[in-house]
Design a protein around this ligand. Structure first.
Ligand SMILES: C[S@@+](CC[C@H](N)C(=O)[O-])C[C@H]1O[C@@H](n2cnc3c(N)ncnc32)[C@H](O)[C@@H]1O
Length: 419
């Protein structure tokens, strides 16, 4: 494709994504389906440019003010992540000059906001919690792309065997530092045709998600509920930890997500999983199982701000109002799910949010209203399941994973035992 046409497509894609009315990954996929003639390098350049602009939007919009032509073209030029030759061929001499000038500005001299690229309502509580230096380290980490982590399905392979299979396929990988189930792959190789993937021996899963599943501590023969199972990332990890015995209910209110679990279940070899569509969190099914369940995981719907490395559009698509609505939902789901737990059983409340409002605040309000639930120290529980340096992952007894400290997505978890 002619470089100019490619830059025009990048401009068009940015125009759609920056409407912010749909998740960026869905807009990018739909765009590529329509542009079926694009080669893989061209797709890569367009996707990376889009994500770069979303990550650094405040700074790039500021720099774009001085240019001319459509705003989205200026953003595509400033954020361009494809071959340099595309810009050389496509830009007018005036644009070339403007770009050189814009890129020469030292980012470290820019105002704060243009360096961290977060909206105020997100930046303010994080800065307050972490202090200036660590807040900037977090902001930088959130603007990097995430590594590719795999979870080894121990029903099908040992971690060393999966590592050897990847290496034999020419894919460098290493064990993840914390999760005993994890491998971190270098780069972003396509895995879905490899035997190790099609046979269900590995699944793509961030190390942080693996640690949440490890905290549940599910064992052989138990009754376990994954209350917000979605497409089942954690369900699969729990089912394997149960060695395909007992009963694992995968609940969700979104039928489409539960449908996406089915092919993954088929690959995994699990036959102990029972997906069930709930009408809402107080569904009849929850009442029927009340007091009968050994372990309940509530991987609650949340702002997703811990996943900005993968979903940078979320920082622009979420809002303080949406956060308030989510908090009400989180408290309601947690209270309802707690009814399932039997005496002596375990309840885990988790999110992929960085905000105290969705994490510690929800956990503390729940504990106040439910004195029959005793908070367990997440560090002690992780040590029991062979997680090294578990105390570095935990604050005030809660699991608190941070991209800049642990190279995982941002995650929170609180764990209780019912008296
Ligand atoms: C963070 S996602 C779950 C991700 C999933 N556990 C995984 O590991 O892939 C939250 C899920 O909660 C579901 N959800 C939203 N409201 C719910 C409710 N009232 N009861 C149960 N699930 C709900 C959403 O449909 C979504 O799939």
């Amino acid at each position: 494709m002619h470089p100019n046409a490619l830059l025009d497509l990048s401009t068009e894609l940015l125009r759609s994504v920056l409407k912010l009315d749909q998740p960026a990954d869905a807009v990018v996929s739909a765009f590529f389906r329509r542009q079926s003639k694009l080669g893989s390098r061209e797709r890569h350049a367009l996707a990376e440019t889009t994500y770069h602009v979303l990550r650094h939007r405040l700074r790039l919009q500021h720099l774009a003010q001085s240019g001319s032509g459509p705003m989205e073209r200026r953003l595509a030029v400033l954020g361009w992540q494809g071959a340099e030759s595309v810009l050389k061929v496509s830009l007018s001499p005036q644009e070339q000059q403007w770009l050189q000038h814009a890129l020469a500005i030292d980012v470290s001299t820019m105002p704060d906001k243009l360096r961290h690229n977060l909206p105020d309502w997100v930046a303010q509580p994080l800065r307050q919690r972490l202090g200036e230096e660590e807040f900037m380290a977090l902001a930088n980490a959130l603007n990097q792309s995430a590594p590719l982590d795999l979870r080894v399905n121990l029903l099908k392979a040992k971690r060393e065997e999966a590592l050897a299979a990847l290496q034999a396929a020419g894919i460098p990988a290493e064990p993840t530092p914390y999760s005993p189930w994890g491998l971190r792959v270098q780069g972003k190789p396509a895995l879905n045709r490899l035997e190790i993937f099609t046979s269900g021996a590995v699944e793509v899963q961030d190390e942080g998600s693996q640690l949440l599943a490890l905290l549940v501590g599910a064992k052989r023969g138990e009754m376990v509920v994954d209350f917000c199972a979605g497409a089942g990332g954690k369900t699969l990890a729990l089912g394997a930890a149960m060695r395909n015995t007992g009963r694992l209910y995968a609940f969700d209110v979104a039928g489409g997500r539960l449908d996406a679990l089915k092919p993954r279940l088929a690959r995994s070899g699990l036959s102990n999983v029972y997906p069930a569509l709930l009408a809402h969190e107080r569904d009849e099914r929850v009442k029927r199982l009340a007091g009968k369940i050994d372990r309940v995981l509530v991987d609650a719907p949340c702002s997703g701000l811990g996943t900005l490395r993968r979903n940078p559009d979320l920082k622009w698509r979420q809002s303080p109002q949406a956060l308030q609505e989510l908090r009400v939902k989180q408290a309601s789901i947690l209270a309802s799910a707690a009814r399932l737990v039997k005496s002596g059983g375990r309840l885990v409340y988790a999110t992929c949010s960085l905000l105290q409002a969705e994490n510690e605040d929800i956990a503390r309000d729940f504990a106040t209203a439910h004195p029959d639930f005793e908070l367990l120290d997440a560090a002690a529980l992780l040590e029991q399941v062979q997680v090294p340096q578990a105390d570095t992952l935990v604050s005030d007894g809660f699991l608190r994973l941070w991209p800049h400290r642990h190279a995982t997505d941002g995650f929170f978890a609180a764990v209780w035992q019912r008296r």
